[in-house]
Design a protein around this ligand. Structure first.
Ligand code: GLV
Length: 318
């Protein structure tokens, strides 16, 4: 009897136990795909793919025959910039519509929290004060969304459906534009989108072109007292320019979910800054069952020599 061919992969993360968190122990579910923790690998030469979240600097070194590295998240910056991965290794990412919905929920929550003054109302409740706050029509609030991948599109759609005036910066005109959303495209897209915006939501992928995109020039284009929702990557934010914009009042505050160093160190000044709302990189996550399904799909495509349907374009960075 012919023995079915099996493909072997390894789980690489410095920060997570990927196997249990994302249900990646296929067992009898898929006997053709074996995913191992590094300490379970007996023959490193047999490893053809990796499933990763923040792999360490030497994580790929033991595996000479790596053909594909897959991110369990939407961002692939940690893989595209990894010194241990050559150009011949395909990079894939999970594409999870539920993750985009979570991202949209986080953005909507922060926009409403700030716009409707919920922090003030919490303080009023603590002081037993009945104090209705003034409000304005959502369409009077210009919200700029930076990025129009799966995440940016979901964020823009959710905010537009609540009536906000949404402008999205994207690389190319969208194939399926959302009714009521304005799009800016091309080289000046980001600056055009943020012009006069009272809220800016960053969901750009991290690439050499987008690093430090949240800088002085951008802050100056916003309406005075604007609010930043930062759910891209820590490296998008130029921290000195950011603090200067807060100190000058050009920004009134920010919701920060991502940081240059994660976990954010306990002595980082951001923790104590009352102008900031800090969350621990939880704006969204991919669903474990989707990660499991898509890791299996990619491994089987590799095994069958088929095109990898979840591959990213390394020249674009997403
Ligand atoms: C989260 O940051 C992700 O990349 O999915």
């Amino acid at each position: 009897m012919a023995i079915a061919e099996t493909i072997h992969g390894v789980l690489l993360s410095e920060t997570m136990d990927l196997k249990s968190f994302y249900d990646l122990d296929f067992g009898d579910r898929a006997r053709d795909v074996r995913l191992l923790n590094p300490d379970e690998v007996q023959d490193p030469g047999a490893i053809r793919f990796a499933v990763c979240w923040l792999p360490g600097p030497d994580a790929f070194a033991p595996y000479p025959n790596m053909e594909m590295a897959m991110s369990v998240g939407a961002g692939v910056d940690a893989l595209l910039n990894h010194p241990g991965l050559g150009d011949d290794v395909a990079i894939c990412r999970v594409r999870d519509p539920h993750q985009a919905d979570l991202m949209a929920g986080y953005a909507v929550h922060e926009v409403l929290h700030v716009e409707r003054g919920f922090a003030q109302m919490q303080a009023d409740q603590d002081a037993a004060q009945w104090r209705p706050l003034p409000m304005r029509a959502p369409k009077e609030l210009k919200v700029a969304v930076l990025g129009h991948g799966t995440m940016g599109a979901a964020v823009a759609r959710a905010l537009a459906r609540l009536g906000f005036s949404v402008t999205v910066a994207c690389r190319r005109p969208p194939r399926d534009p959302e009714q009521g959303v304005t799009y800016t495209t091309g080289d000046g897209a980001v600056m055009q989108a943020v012009d006069g915006a009272k809220m800016v939501i960053n969901v750009l992928p991290l690439t050499p072109q987008t690093e430090n995109v949240l800088n002085k020039d951008l802050f100056e284009r916003l309406a005075t007292g604007a609010w930043l929702v930062q759910i891209g990557r820590g490296e998008h934010l130029h921290e000195e320019d950011f603090i200067a914009a807060l100190d000058s009042g050009q920004l009134s505050g920010a919701s920060l979910d991502v940081f240059r160093e994660e976990p954010l160190p306990a002595d980082h000044p951001f923790w104590q800054d009352r102008r900031l709302r800090i969350t621990p990189h939880i704006a969204s996550d991919s669903m474990p069952y989707i990660v499991s399904e898509q890791a299996l799909l990619s491994a089987r495509e590799l095994l069958a020599g088929q095109p990898l349907s979840l591959a990213v374009d390394p020249t674009q960075g997403y």
